[in-house]
Ligand binder design. Structure first.
Ligand code: NAD
Length: 475
């Protein structure tokens, strides 16, 4: 099927490459000529696993990139809108990019076309799109509007797209529903996984749930899903704060909670809070929508507040570990909002580094993928970027871990000790083990677990001298 996708960002580029992989003829359109030129030259503006391989496989064949909307849209059976919906001051999403694309689509379509909302938008947006199309002289029979929310996660976006848990189609006509089913057929009839180029995700369902509903419900599914996940993160962060106060161990608590099949382990990971281009924006958008409809969704306000508090508590821990912060040299590992991506939008790592800089620290930062993107938003005379984790640690008063990259969990503690001026680590992602850090002579702070102090280190040394294998860290 001929498909057009408007927007070549994290969602549009992945959706485009994956639809080409499923056998469709795809044109991805973006108004940013530099991005389009890079993509035409085989360069990806984002870091995403398997995307380079899909681009190499399909670009110039079943996958094209252009700045021209009119041509491809006029020939496509479905046009996916995947432009940004960033937050406004009010908390509502800025839908002006969607609006402007819809107006362009209205002027371009020639035959019956399904307009698909892939961007995350509030309930009732499909009504606005329909109205805009009609205001631009399009008859009801020329088009349908479908909500098809995207649930991919940056870092595993390609695999998530090709092996999803569910596909949601919010449609008000059977004609549009059937066309959407046809687009996803290679996933639904399992034909893609019979001879996959992208390895099958064993944990994903063999056949995803297909949820066909009305457009407003589909729009709500996306906002409610992200709000729920953000709530789960804030919930466990709040529990971790209580855990610290009663000297419990959050890892055991998470296991104890998460093994209840009604709750599940996923997203029960305490840290420095959620970030990225979706959760903060979608929680505030969902709250704003509810408020507009006359319902104050105050739970979501708490979710946001806990998230912010988590950053402040982390900076307080850095202070506790270092006494004063002015002129202290801090190695910061991580800039992306999570491991596996170069996305720094609403990254708690960036927010924390900004706070440390405001306190007068010198910061040397390293991230395996996000350095260039961070450079665009984070600049200071007191900030430098290193080329490796150990280079960042060189002669630093302390190390802070801000992003959950796998490689940070595998750091060589001997090399860390050699590089750092003082063996002090404040781990915002619980990537390292307190007992091990005590045994290795580190003062170590993490989230929801007792801190390893100099006294613990001394006790660990003594225990090692006595031949003991395990040192239990208790306050
Ligand atoms: P992005 O900012 O990475 O990409 C948006 C792209 O749209 C940009 O390249 C921009 O140049 C282009 N664009 C803007 N106006 C345009 C126009 N008039 N014509 C053509 N191109 C235009 O955004 P993203 O992260 O891909 O997110 C897109 C949407 O998908 C958002 O609503 C987001 O909430 C949602 N979403 C994102 C994710 C994610 O993980 N990033 C996951 C699910 C859903």
């Amino acid at each position: 099927m001929k498909i057009a996708i408007v927007g070549s960002g994290y969602v549009g580029s992945v959706a485009g490459a994956c639809f080409a992989e499923l056998g469709h003829d795809v044109t991805v359109i973006d108004s940013d000529a530099r991005k389009v030129q890079a993509l035409q030259n085989g360069q990806l503006p984002i870091h995403e696993q398997y995307l380079p391989e899909l681009l190499a496989r399909h670009a110039g064949k079943r996958l094209h990139f252009t700045t021209d909307l009119r041509g491809p849209v006029s020939q496509s059976a479905a046009v996916f809108i995947a432009v940004g919906t960033p937050p406004l001051e009010s908390g509502e999403p800025d839908l002006s990019y969607v609006d402007s694309v819809v107006r362009e689509i209205a002027g371009a379509i020639q035959n019956y076309t399904v307009i698909v909302e892939k961007s995350t938008v509030p309930a009732l947006t499909s009504e606005w799109i329909r109205r805009t199309m009609r205001l631009h002289n399009r008859h009801e029979t020329d088009f349908d509007v479908v909500s098809n929310p995207e649930f991919l996660r940056e870092g595993t976006a390609v695999a998530d797209f090709l092996y999803p848990d569910r596909i949601v189609i919010g449609s008000s006509t059977s004609r549009a529903t059937e066309l959407m089913k046809e687009i996803y057929q290679p996933i639904m009839d399992k034909s893609y996984r019979k001879n996959p180029f992208i390895p099958v995700v064993q944990s994903a369902p063999v056949v995803p749930d297909l949820i066909v509903t009305d457009p407003s419900s589909a729009e709500l599914i996306k906002h409610a899903s992200n709000a729920f996940l953000a709530m789960k993160i804030s919930f466990i962060n709040a529990v971790s704060n209580v855990c610290e106060a009663v000297r419990g161990n959050i890892e055991d608590v998470c296991k104890g909670i998460g093994t209840d099949s009604r709750i599940g382990q996923k997203f029960l990971r305490p840290g420095i809070g959620y970030g990225g281009s979706c959760f903060p924006k979608d929680v505030s958008a969902f709250r704003a929508l509810s408020s507009k409809c006359g319902y104050e969704f105050s739970l979501l306000k708490d979710v946001e507040q806990i998230n912010l508090t988590q950053q402040l508590r982390f900076v307080a821990k850095v202070k506790e570990a270092l006494w004063t912060l002015r002129n202290k040299r801090i190695a910061a590992l991580g800039l992306a909002y999570k491991g596996g991506t170069d996305d720094v939008r609403e990254s708690p790592a960036i927010a924390i580094i900004e706070r440390l800089l405001a306190e007068g620290c010198q910061v040397v930062a390293f991230d395996p993928a996000a350095k260039e993107k961070a450079r665009e938003v984070l600049r200071s005379d007191r900030l430098t970027y290193a080329d490796s984790a150990y280079e960042a640690m060189d002669d630093a008063d302390a190390l802070v871990i801000l992003t959950d990259w796998d490689e940070f969990a595998r750091l060589d503690v001997g090399k860390m000790r050699d590089a750092l001026r003082h063996p002090i680590v404040i781990d915002g992602r619980n990537l390292l083990k307190p007992d091990r850090m005590a045994a290795e002579g580190f003062i170590y702070y993490s989230v929801g677990r007792s801190a390893v102090t100099l006294d613990h280190v001394a006790a660990a040394k003594q225990a090692a001298g006595n031949g003991a294998q395990v040192v239990e860290v208790k306050k």
